[in-house]
Design a protein around this ligand. Sequence first.
Ligand SMILES: Cc1cc2nc3c(=O)[nH]c(=O)nc-3n(C[C@H](O)[C@H](O)[C@H](O)COP(=O)(O)OP(=O)(O)OC[C@H]3O[C@@H](n4cnc5c(N)ncnc54)[C@H](O)[C@@H]3O)c2cc1C
Length: 395
Amino acid sequence: MKSDLLVVGAGTMGGWTAYLAQLGGGRQVTLLDAWGPGNPRASSGDESRITRAAHGSDALYTRWSRRSLDDWKQLGEMRSEDLFQACGVLWFAHQDDGFEARSIPVLRAERVPYERLTPAEVARRWPVVGASDLAYAVYEPEGGALMARRGCRAVTDAFGDAGGTFERAAVRPGSVEGPRLEDVIAADGRRWSADTFVFACGPWLPHLFPDVLGNVIRVTKQDVVFFGPPARSQPGAPAWCDFDLAYYGLPDLEGRGPKMAPDRLGPIFDPTNGERLVDPESVRLARTYLRRRFPGLADAPVVETRVCQYESTPDGHFLIAPHPEWENVWLVGGGSGHGFKHGPGIGRYLLARIDGAAEGIQEGVDEARFRLGPRQVASAARTGGDEMWRSWEAF
Ligand SMILES: Cc1cc2nc3c(=O)[nH]c(=O)nc-3n(C[C@H](O)[C@H](O)[C@H](O)COP(=O)(O)OP(=O)(O)OC[C@H]3O[C@@H](n4cnc5c(N)ncnc54)[C@H](O)[C@@H]3O)c2cc1C
């Protein structure tokens, strides 16, 4: 059967695109995934992801994250699943004119609740946090944690309930007629044809389209460490980001222990065959930061580790672009370590483009950032700081 829209990849980007397209009506949508939604190889396959509105001076991501969070919450309510933990997000600021300071005017303009706190206020409110080295902190009470793997499954299930077709299959582009892709093909010869194709294959995109994306998306190994929580867990601990020192973390969610990661680009990684064993240096770095920021957890044991991967663009902006040769194919990805929360926003934007909306300026913000064209190395709207992005040059 020929679909109107075929989406390859059931991570946050592909899953939401397929679901919103099916919900919109008038289209028969098929969603394919090689290992299933939120599988352990996928970038969306970890336990949790932070959702935050602060994105420096960038208003577009602030708006998208807020609207996307409403979608995630609505989906959770509809399916009676806990997809969002409203733990808040605390930003540790080291300079008066850094990322956090640039975020504040946007949060204010977009009417996002926030609090600017002194180190003493932070220490009073969250006694587990060591705040003496901070200039100040910014707290987003409406941010928090999305349950990532569970969320991807919920999106695909909702897509199926809305009448969409999900199948497990690893595919690649198949026959081409002039400027159009006709179908995708699996290794066993099965084919799926469609009018329009979306490849939302996360870290696999450069493997599927090496000529087009080989220099646009780099896939790096990223280690994550979970520490054993004390027997009596601290209630009310927030998710947190330290932009300048390039660390982020989440509180003890569902008893798995506080999670944290050094937010530096790791070595180049193969998402299919790469061994998911963390580097002891990542554990050492995580513990060094833990000692400084959460001294009470300094000796907490490592209870779990995970290896994920970033699929980064040079400037950290997502890729949402038509294929340069096939007019009915869209390439979507480049999450660059901050794409999970934006799944609904990315899906909504992409569908509008597929339906003919021209790329333009959204409420003052230029959407050209999502193009395939040449990009400057820059840190955009995410943690990791400039140091992380300078290391791009080292590839
Ligand atoms: C350690 C870490 C921490 C992060 N923290 C955050 C955070 O706090 N907040 C946030 O918003 N974001 C965060 N991110 C980024 C976010 O997780 C990613 O940007 C996002 O999940 C990418 O989603 P995706 O749909 O593009 O890709 P994926 O989730 O990888 O999905 C791609 C899917 O395509 C499928 N696929 C691939 N090739 C094929 C094929 N040939 N045929 C069929 N199926 C195929 C795969 O099986 C996979 O399911 C983090 C990422 C990492 C690694």
